[in-house]
Write a protein that binds this ligand. Structure first.
Ligand SMILES: C[S@@+](CC[C@H](N)C(=O)[O-])C[C@H]1O[C@@H](n2cnc3c(N)ncnc32)[C@H](O)[C@@H]1O
Length: 410
């Protein structure tokens, strides 16, 4: 039988969910705010904590607001639409502070807020189900069918509607598992992830989407170009940049620029090693400041884009290396003044930690999109001391954010 309980929310969990106490145990209640008294249905009762679903609010927080998105609370993408943006920033900053105390950092955390709360994303990954395009429900594989997402750019939302029509009209639900749509400078790239090798005619979609776009298909490990543009292009800090459909680019353009600017401001010396360098944008920007940069990137497509950036902007002092940082870093014999690392969510490997501890740089700049792995890695980087921490709200309204930590060699 379903257990219904009343709980006082006293804090927040790492995904921004409300935290209360029930029978001596912690209970997590998504979409509940501190200071609220809420009625919950207990969904999971584990030995050390429970998970509850919010049913009713007896005492509302003054910071509660109506969520603008009709899918909020079902779709797992957003965590904070039920409260105002300043409160979201406060919660995220406190959560980061709590994480950093684990490595003994109790200093200041600077916060850079997003210019846009909504319509900032230049990329969306959608799933394909029986009713067309969908996002996923919170911490679940269940689909939440959507006709738009308030976090993405308007042009992408326009494309979602047309692609949905194309999928449903052609009964392509059986052919696709996912669709990724990306945008740069008014150009869209659409990548269809296929379940089968079936040939699909894109003429209809081509007519619907206009001219400034490209279509790709990915089947197993192979991505092929089908129609239109082959790359996304953008201008970053005066540099011509290019992105293949699978290459990384910061999803919130405005915050991405502010993040890069702060990296540049914290570079020391002339020689910079930039690990996990993606399509080379950050390497290029640092080189433009008169520095010699070596970038290390594992992805072939990203590496090709980084080479394009080097060649088309005449960046003679940039070297792009294709390889795994775990292998390349321990073998590098050159000396560097500053090391920049911007790894994926999983953080850095033991081998990279050992190589960084052994390296003779003056400064380390760690850019992270996951505070849990960031803190784990900071705890292992014994030879460095934290100088400053800045939270960049790259993913507003969601539980995620970017953190830039500047460290000095002890
Ligand atoms: C968060 S992105 C950062 C990209 C770049 N700093 C930027 O701002 O555009 C992480 C990058 O690390 C690359 N990567 C992942 N694992 C790697 C590894 N073991 N060695 C080198 N690069 C890796 C990914 O392909 C991706 O391009």
């Amino acid at each position: 039988m379903e257990k219904i309980e009343w709980v006082d929310i006293v804090d927040y969990g790492y995904d921004g969910e409300g935290v209360g106490r029930l029978n001596g145990k912690v209970v997590f209640v998504p979409y509940a705010l501190k200071g609220e008294r809420v009625q919950i249905s207990v969904k999971e009762d584990k030995s050390s904590f429970s998970n509850g679903q919010l049913l009713e609010i007896d005492k509302h927080s003054d910071l509660r607001q109506e969520a603008p998105c009709p899918y909020f609370g079902v779709c797992g993408g957003c965590a904070y639409q039920h409260t105002n943006y300043q409160n979201e920033l406060r919660i995220k900053k406190n959560l980061l502070q709590k994480q950093l105390t684990k490595v003994g950092y109790g200093g200041q955390i600077n916060v850079v807020e997003s210019d846009k709360e909504y319509a900032y994303r230049n990329k969306i990954r959608l799933f394909v189900g029986e009713k067309g395009l969908a996002l996923k429900e919170r911490k679940s594989s269940k689909l939440c069918f959507v006709d738009q997402c308030l976090l993405v750019d308007d042009q992408i939302n326009g494309a979602i509607e047309k692609i949905n029509t194309f999928i449903l009209a052609g009964n392509h639900q059986k052919d696709y598992s996912e669709v990724v749509i990306r945008k740069e400078s008014d150009c869209l790239l659409v990548n269809f992830y296929k379940k089968t090798k079936t040939d699909i005619n894109y003429q209809g979609l081509y007519l619907m989407l206009g001219t400034n776009f490209g279509i790709f298909e990915t089947f197993k490990d192979s991505t092929v170009h089908k129609v239109g543009k082959k790359y996304l292009e953008s201008e970053e800090f005066g540099l011509t940049c290019r992105f293949s459909p699978l290459s990384f680019h910061q999803v919130n353009e405005n915050i991405g620029k502010k993040l890069y600017k702060q990296v540049i401001e914290n570079i020391q010396g002339k020689n910079v090693l930039n690990c996990y360098s993606g399509a080379g944008v950050l390497s290029g920007i640092i080189t433009k400041q008169g520095k010699r940069v070596v970038g290390v990137e594992i992805g072939e497509a990203e590496h090709q884009d980084a080479q394009f950036l080097k060649d088309s902007n005449n960046l003679f002092y940039l070297t792009n290396m294709l390889g795994d940082c775990s292998v390349v870093l321990p073998r590098l014999e050159e000396k560097f003044d500053t090391l920049v690392i911007d790894p994926p969510r999983g953080g850095i490997s033991e081998k990279v930690v050992a190589a960084i501890n052994a390296i003779s740089v003056k400064r380390l700049i760690y850019v992270s999109c996951n505070s849990a792995t960031l803190v784990r890695d900071l705890g292992r980087l014994k030879g460095f001391k934290i100088r400053s921490v800045t939270m960049f709200d790259m993913f507003s309204r969601t539980g995620e954010y970017e953190t830039l930590v500047v460290l000095d060699k002890k």
